[in-house]
Design a protein around this ligand. Sequence first.
Ligand SMILES: C[S@@+](CC[C@H](N)C(=O)[O-])C[C@H]1O[C@@H](n2cnc3c(N)ncnc32)[C@H](O)[C@@H]1O
Length: 254
Amino acid sequence: MKNRIVVVGFMQMTTRCRRTGNDNMNARVRRRDFLRAGGIAGLAGLLGGMSATAAIEAPRRAAKRPAAPSGKVLALLDRIRAAYLTVPEAEGRLLNLLLKVARARSVLEVGTAYGYTTVWLALALEETGGRLTTIEIKPDRFELARRHVAEAGLSSRVRGHLGDAHQVLTTLRGPFDLVYLDADKGWQEDYFNKLFPKKLLPGGLFVAHGAILLAEKMKNYLDLVRNHPELETVLVSAVPEDGFAVSYRRRAAG
Ligand SMILES: C[S@@+](CC[C@H](N)C(=O)[O-])C[C@H]1O[C@@H](n2cnc3c(N)ncnc32)[C@H](O)[C@@H]1O
């Protein structure tokens, strides 16, 4: 670890990079058969009644206001999307809804990029009263994300780490009740193994982006979460061409 800089709200941590960040958002792979839930409505039904209530270490901030984004924040999100490569708006909205339905309060994002999904996630945490930890390897993207989060008025909800997530993860205490994976798609197994089981609460979710478009690259991860005895995994799509692999960690019966 080279150095460590702490900034109020959006905390910055610099670590030695293990490998170069790899943005795979444009990659095209053949669409594969995969269990599909019925879009947002199906997801809400699927997760209805699920709430992460186990104790979480990080101090919680009270919910400040309903999570519906203001016109100003929507305009900011549109600007980010127009200027940079981001997920489609429908996927940002689905992530936002997923956090609210799951009542997630301790959330981890791997792959911040320009902060587009970061803002959607942090908006949901305004309603649940939670905190987001997000990790980005590229300094220029990290700085832009920090600015976008600040412009959205959400800095107090977000703790940013600049560095290689494979290393940063090992320094995070967790536990998390929702982990969103959207970084180097061929390495998601490593993220999973560093987080599970200690850093994902029972009743918590792993949500992995690119599960259709990048299914070949994510094969090992997808096989792992589909066959894991403690997980239930479904594919959930907000857009026709891609989807999230959503993996729910079962609670103990009783
Ligand atoms: C697909 S983009 C994330 C998009 C973002 N979630 C959005 O739509 O707003 C993936 C990001 O992960 C970052 N990344 C790749 N490998 C990484 C690693 N090992 N550690 C941290 N970030 C990484 C890339 O630099 C890139 O910015």
